[in-house]
Design a binder for this molecule. Structure first.
Ligand code: PLP
Length: 386
């Protein structure tokens, strides 16, 4: 007698998708540029110089150049770039910094560590970025700075923020951890604001093989202050003008990043091509596609859609070998660590709704056309079934 339950069990066990699609594929990326990376790493080992030094200075110069900023200062991580960048802008106890609750936690952590208070404003549902009109409503006599985030690789509205800053005498630091290579009005992002921070976390568009970050600025005072802060508050000797940090960029990471920087433009173009292909094939499904402001050159760190049955979609894709992410599952104003700020559910309805509806599809440059078509086909198949 045939046991149907056994057959079902057998099928569940042995049936596995022909293709799998990860959310990132750093090993494939390494294999594609292996000879360059191995040579760069070898050179650092032979140089005997492991922290700061010429590899870091060269990278700082190159990143400043492609970002259109006058200066770049390499630090330990994107998180430290925020911390040191805000400190260099003079943010401290009693100050308020307006930012978004729909971002990675580091944005808000940095404000709190300096003794300042994060003041949230809601997001624009179409772009997921901080809403400048809502930000304006949150300005008080204690507001010192605005901290917009270029979420998913799409620049926040530079024109609106620069105007707001000018009208109210505020400084602007842009958290551009997800948006290296992006442009606004045709200009690279280093042209705007008092400072901009980058993260080279391995999965970012330009990723190190470990932690690394950078502060970009056009202000000499900010550059000098960040340089001191990353080195215990000294300018290299044993005189300490500030209470500093130990937050330097490794030569090894700098050498790796220099190699990868040479590929960034091509990788970004591939991300954009994947995004365009998704937009085409998902047009008639329930997916709400990410909109791109016509003034921006979006670098698609994530390709983030909204879906009315987000969790069902993710489960369906996951069963078929396709990994997706939720950035971010809950807004920062409702996290336990930030309860002391006094916010309650409903305070930022668009951020809260985004957390329920978003899913990020694979968009990394190593994804093949075949893999992408498989993702598209699978989503359309689910749509046609329901
Ligand atoms: C990744 C990220 C950071 C932090 O960068 P690390 O290098 O991981 O410290 C900060 N803000 C945003 C928006 C990020 O995506």
């Amino acid at each position: 007698m045939r046991c149907t339950r056994c057959v079902a069990h057998w099928k569940a066990y042995y049936w596995s998708p022909l293709l799998t699609v990860p959310l990132a594929d750093l090993v494939s990326q390494y294999h594609a540029i292996r000879s360059e990376i191995d040579a760069a790493v070898h050179n650092v080992f032979e140089s005997g110089q492991f922290i700061l030094g010429s590899y870091v200075e060269d990278l700082e110069r190159l990143v400043a150049e492609v970002s259109g900023a006058a200066y770049a200062v390499g630090v330990n991580s994107g998180t430290d770039a925020l911390l040191l960048g805000l400190a260099a802008l003079g943010i401290g106890p009693g100050d308020e910094v307006i930012t978004t609750p729909f971002t990675f936690v580091a944005t808000v952590e940095a404000i709190c560590h300096l003794g300042a208070r994060p003041v949230f404003a809601d997001i624009i549902p179409r772009t997921f970025n901080l809403d400048p009109d809502d930000a304006r409503r949150r300005i008080t006599a204690r507001t010192r700075a605005i901290l917009p985030v270029d979420l998913f690789g799409q620049p926040a509205d530079r024109a609106a923020y620069q105007q707001l800053a000018q009208e109210h005498g505020l400084q602007v630091l842009y958290d551009s951890a997800q948006a290296i290579g992006a442009r606004y009005d045709g200009m690279p992002l280093g042209a705007f604001g008092d400072a901009l921070t980058l993260s080279f976390f391995p999965t970012k568009n330009l990723g190190a093989y470990g932690d690394a970050g950078m502060v970009l600025t056009n202000r000499e005072d900010v550059r000098d202050r960040v340089r001191m802060l990353r080195f215990h508050g000294s300018d290299g000797g044993y005189e300490y003008d500030h209470v500093g940090y130990c937050s330097r960029l490794d030569a090894l990471q700098a050498a790796i990043l220099q190699v990868k920087l040479g590929h960034l433009e091509a990788w970004t173009e591939t991300r954009r091509a994947h995004a365009a292909a998704y937009a085409e094939c998902l047009r008639d499904t329930e997916c709400v596609l990410p909109s791109s402001d016509p003034r921006v050159y979006h670098v698609y760190h994530q390709f983030t859609i909204r879906h009315p049955r987000r969790d069902a979609l993710r489960a369906y894709l996951n069963e078929r070998g396709i990994r997706t992410g939720v950035y971010y599952p809950s807004p920062l104003h409702l996290q336990k660590a930030y309860r002391h700020l006094g916010y309650v559910p409903g305070d930022f309805p668009e951020a809260e709704r985004a957390c329920r509806e978003v899913a990020s599809l694979p968009v990394h440059p190593e994804m093949t056309e075949e893999q992408q078509q498989y993702v598209c086909r699978t989503i359309v198949e689910l749509h046609n079934r329901s």
